[in-house]
Write a protein that binds this ligand. Sequence first.
Ligand code: CAA
Length: 257
Amino acid sequence: MEYENIRVETRGRVALITLHRPAQLNALCGPLIAELNAALDGFERDEGIGCIILTGSEKAFAAGADIPEMRDRTHPEFFVADPFGEWDRVGRRRKPMIAAVAGYALGGGCELAMMCDFILAADTAKFGQPEIKLGVIPGAGGTQRLTRAVGKAKAMELCLTGRLMAAAEAERAGLVARIVPAADLLAEAWQTAETIASMSLPAVMVAKDCVDRAFETTLAEGVRYERGLFYGLFATADQKEGMAAFLEKRKPNFEHR
Ligand code: CAA
């Protein structure tokens, strides 16, 4: 399928989606989000894909929602069309997604990165929720996901002042899994995604679901949820293969079922 605002590539069991609106620093307009969801729908259906990388350019992962597109919107238009409902679909994917972030990840760009399962950041990455400077607030989960990632003090400061946070601070604060030199970002992302995609897909999906559950429920409920799913994995061929391979001192040959 031909896309205007994204580029798509697959290698083995990994898919790479590159945001591609260079003149607008990958500002996230409605058509871009629609294309992103169309690509993700396809990869979710494709049994041959086990991990997805989302990236931008060297200068910007994404500089936020598209400001000219939003500027003249009215409340009823927003309410009826609910464009951020479409964004929300990005964050409800079942296969693992890695955000590979270089340059600016601001506003909706930071929110999009946080919808992924974890963020690999180039040392050039800058994160922030500068919506307050436009007279609005984050609208695609920023106040919620940033607070869960970095805690109230820093999330509040960033949302109230619009201050940007460099990669090192973002890593210290827990927003970012790992920082790599900008030149190595994509290679690291491919390698990490290939590692994940080589694991049993049912186990990977269950692990993702359980970690996400930690943000939605109590500790006791979460532990019960995890335990049920752990037992459930013993219905998979991959559990038998993984444990047999360990005991036979060989590499497992997962069939993702
Ligand atoms: N929407 C549309 N276009 C954008 C954009 C955005 N969010 N951000 C940047 N651009 C465009 C600029 O208008 C500019 O276009 P022109 O060349 O046609 O003027 C082009 O991208 C390059 O931008 P700059 O010249 O500003 O580049 P810079 O290097 O001087 O600054 C920047 C980079 C600091 C990222 C700056 O562009 C900036 O502050 N952008 C806006 C960031 C922002 O406020 N994001 C939040 C948007 S609201 C939101 O996201 C709501 C939500 O929660 C979903």
